[in-house]
Design a protein around this ligand. Structure first.
Ligand SMILES: [Fe+2]
Ligand SMILES: [Fe+2]
Length: 320
């Protein structure tokens, strides 16, 4: 039986999450970046790369509704988890709210340059409605699995410069900013899951999370491919040409599918935790490109910790 350590605080809540590898000095902060007016200058905002453009456009369609769902799910557990984790859940919510907002703007820019994303949005709504019809614990395990997928993609996008080599600067910065915050909060849903299932047996916990990860990963890959083909068709790319181009993009160069397979597989190993790999240096790497950007850091949120003085409001010009 996996139970929490016997160190209850005054409210009867455990002080720490057993098996959590979340660094004790981790600070999750919402940078509240603004990219609303960073319109897409070219239909192929990753120039000469319709497959990369379609890949990120299709991914972006998922964020406003998908991340709103994650927020709803974790919000329900905020009062029931230990204090440190409750603060991280609050910071997670603030980060995802801003991500949803900025991707809604990004998606509007995608439609402004002529893409029809209604079928992609409908597909996503159907998937989320399907999740909503499941029991509450399934909402949490689905959120935890999708957060792992997001985090391993985020690490890949920051560490491999090939993705945004020829991208519009503003769009590149938006994606790197989002990726960096995904890394920062990658353990929040997982720690919430560990806490909520603290009385489950190890095998029951592993079975549920593994089953969900397998199903969600297949669904995610299938639905994103469908969305990407839809967008490529709108660029006149279809049939074998589209299949070959997307396969080359996903598996060869830059190869997001191939390059995230190992970290994806680690999810199934005993003792897995998102923070078994401390990749906070990627957050710093992404931020090193952000010197010209705004920091609209909310000052009154006690659980939001600033990284440095250069992030103080008013010191940097607004992007949007
Ligand atoms: Fe996000
Ligand atoms: Fe996230």
């Amino acid at each position: 039986m996996d139970t929490d350590p016997s160190h209850p605080d005054l409210a009867g809540k455990p002080l720490e999450i057993k098996k959590s590898a979340t660094p004790s000095d981790l600070h999750i902060q919402s940078r509240n970046r603004h990219f609303a007016s960073a319109s897409i200058e070219n239909r192929d905002w990753i120039r000469d790369d319709p497959y990369g453009t379609a890949f990120f456009n299709a991914l972006s369609v998922t964020f406003p509704k998908g991340e709103t769902f994650f927020i709803e799910v974790l919000k329900k557990y905020r009062k029931d988890v230990p204090e440190k984790l409750a603060g991280e859940v609050a910071a997670f919510i603030r980060q995802e709210m801003v991500h949803s907002r900025e991707h809604a703007f990004f998606n509007r820019h995608v439609t402004d340059v002529g893409y029809d994303i209604t079928r992609l949005e409908k597909n996503l709504s159907d998937v989320i409605d399907g999740f909503r019809s499941l029991p509450a614990i399934h909402h949490l395990v689905a959120t935890m699995c999708l957060e792992h997928l997001t985090a391993i993609m985020a690490a890949e996008f920051i560490s491999n410069p090939a993705y945004f080599e020829n991208a519009d600067e503003n769009q590149k910065n938006m994606w790197l900013w989002h990726a960096s915050e995904e890394i920062e909060h990658k353990g929040v849903a997982y720690d919430t899951w560990l806490h909520v299932t603290r009385d489950w047996s190890r095998s029951k916990r592993w079975a549920m999370k593994s089953l969900f990860m397998a199903r969600i990963s297949l669904g995610f890959a299938k639905n994103r491919a469908k969305g990407i083909f839809d967008l490529l068709r709108q660029d006149g790319l279809k049939g074998h040409r589209a299949w070959f181009g997307l396969a080359r993009y996903a598996l060869a160069s830059p190869g997001p599918f191939r390059r995230t397979l190992v970290p994806w597989f680690k999810f199934f190993l005993p003792g897995f935790h998102p923070w078994n790999i401390d990749d906070r240096e990627l957050v710093q790497l992404a931020e090193s490109d952000y010197e010209a950007a705004i920091m609209d850091q909310p000052r009154d949120e006690e659980s939001v910790t600033e990284i440095g003085d250069r992030r103080k409001p008013g010191r940097l010009p607004r992007v949007a």
